[in-house]
Design a binder for this molecule. Sequence first.
Ligand code: NAP
Length: 245
Amino acid sequence: LAFSIKPEELIDAVRGLRALNIRGMNVTIPHKEAVIPLLDEIDPLAKKIGAVNTIVNNKAVFKGYNTDVPGLIRMVEDDGGFSISGKKAMIVGAGGAARAAGIALLQQGIKEIYLVNRTVLKAEKLAADWKKYYNTTVITGALSPDFYSQYIKDIDLLIDTTPVGMSPEVEVPPVIEENYLHSNLLVVDLVYNPAETSLLKAACRSGAQTMNGMGMLLYQGIESFKIWTGRDIDVNTWWSIVDNL
Ligand code: NAP
């Protein structure tokens, strides 16, 4: 079941879930950070990320997890055949999804991260949060060719965590200008609707390998399901459901 909850109703919503003794739930935009103080326990990975997307009710103890990180790693490494360790990456955006993307890369041993965002201050704050846990170099800057053109030619992986190009606003220029994209890149857009954003179309034309965010969505759901039920879900069954949507 999906529920649309206003920010000012989040406390009541969690209280209601407790009263109804609901076993588990996912949390999404814009509640992933705000829900943390309402929970009894936070898994160490979710604490590091600063965002919860999965809650499990263990005998009235509400514990928060983040399954976006394992979901993204599985998509990039298993489906993309891309080994993150030792590579250079650029992350576009500095919101909740970027928090998860950064920790996923840092956990897997990325060599360097270039974090670009429309609001540079937010990127700087996020990089400072990562510094508490990892020594990896993180260079922050503006979402402008003046900044990213210096680094993009040397990177292996580009992850767009902004909603730019998401339905219904699909007819927008790619978040990174097409002429800076190149064929040595894996370009990942966390948006999955549409399946091919303007960024992915541009990346394709530039000869880059591309992936949208559907795999991450599926894999985080599979991880959440395991937390709630202790059971694995057959991935192929899930992919066939998605393919037939
Ligand atoms: P968020 O916390 O609101 O952050 C959005 C980020 O995008 C911010 O850094 C924001 O920049 C930037 N941004 C927004 N509009 C922009 C624009 N027009 N131009 C440039 N930058 C812009 O949102 P989120 O939770 O990170 O989610 C972002 C996207 O990721 C959504 O489309 C969501 O569906 C997707 N997502 C997918 C998965 C998956 O499983 N595939 C999981 C999580 C999220 P400022 O800081 O300057 O505002």
